[in-house]
Design a protein around this ligand. Structure first.
Ligand code: CA
Length: 253
């Protein structure tokens, strides 16, 4: 079977699957700090100081990770994130000036995968980024260390849904779905264990790799977006069932 990621060199890019990061931040000190931190984590980092420059850079760089400041001159972080999401499925960590803003931001469904508030420590940023890239999957974002030997080509099916885990592609009735990385990771977790009822906390731990359980709202928002992209509607089919007071599981089909 075709393996999308295991073909180094085919396009002339060599075997190094270097991860690219884009830092969008107008404060020079913080920008340098993030840049430096991500470089020590092995990212090839580009930094810009405005939302518009960020949107442009996403198109040319196709980064794997984006850190995005909320308070930017010109278009703010929310609008920047919306525009980025038109072309990119990169992990987006939105950085806010205030802790108490995060809940409101999650509710706005900006498309960010995670949030971090200032002031944050280098250690905190590293931990958050590591968690995103440690998500339980095989993919281009993981380093060779996890894919020693021949990996299986994992394909999950559930009714009309099909997920090619290694290729990171999801389909409904043969049509490819445009999922963000987080939506894809969520769907993969749910489809791997179709009978399991997942609590929001368990999904947060498993998909986000964090015990940051105060923000299970983040899970709800991303599950909501996923459902919409799967084509769920009031009358139509349901794929993800809400188990009242507990969490979610796949609908039995
Ligand atoms: Ca700022």
């Amino acid at each position: 079977m075709r393996k999308v990621w295991q073909t180094p060199g085919v396009d002339g890019s060599g075997s190094g699957q270097e991860r690219r990061a884009l830092v969008i931040e107008d404060d020079e000190d913080i920008r340098s700090l993030i840049e430096f931190t991500l470089e020590t984590q092995g990212f090839d980092v580009t930094a810009v100081d405005s939302g518009l420059a960020g949107v442009d850079a996403v198109r040319t760089l196709d980064p794997d990770l984006i850190t995005l400041d909320l308070g930017l001159p010109g278009i703010d972080g929310i609008e920047t994130c919306r525009r980025i999401r038109e072309t990119s499925d990169a992990y987006v960590v939105m950085i806010t000036a205030r802790d108490d803003e995060i809940d409101r931001l999650i509710g706005l469904e900006t498309g960010a995968d995670d949030f971090l508030s200032k002031p944050f420590s280098v250690r905190e940023l590293k931990a958050r980024v590591n968690a995103l890239f440690r998500r339980p999957r095989r993919g281009p974002a993981l380093t060779a260390a996890t894919t020693q030997g021949e990996p299986d080509h994992e394909v999950l099916e559930h009714g009309p849904l099909r997920v090619d885990v290694d290729g990171r592609r999801a389909f409904r009735d043969g049509e490819e779905l445009a999922l963000t990385r987080t939506e894809f990771d969520l769907l993969t977790e749910l489809m791997r264990t179709p009978a399991r009822v997942w609590t929001r906390e368990a999904l947060l731990r498993s998909v986000w790799g964090t015990d940051w359980a105060t923000d299970t709202h983040l899970v709800e928002v991303h599950v909501g977006n996923l459902r919409r992209k799967l084509g769920e509607s009031r009358e139509g089919p349901k794929f993800v069932r809400t188990v009242r007071g507990v969490g979610y599981r796949m609908e039995s089909l």
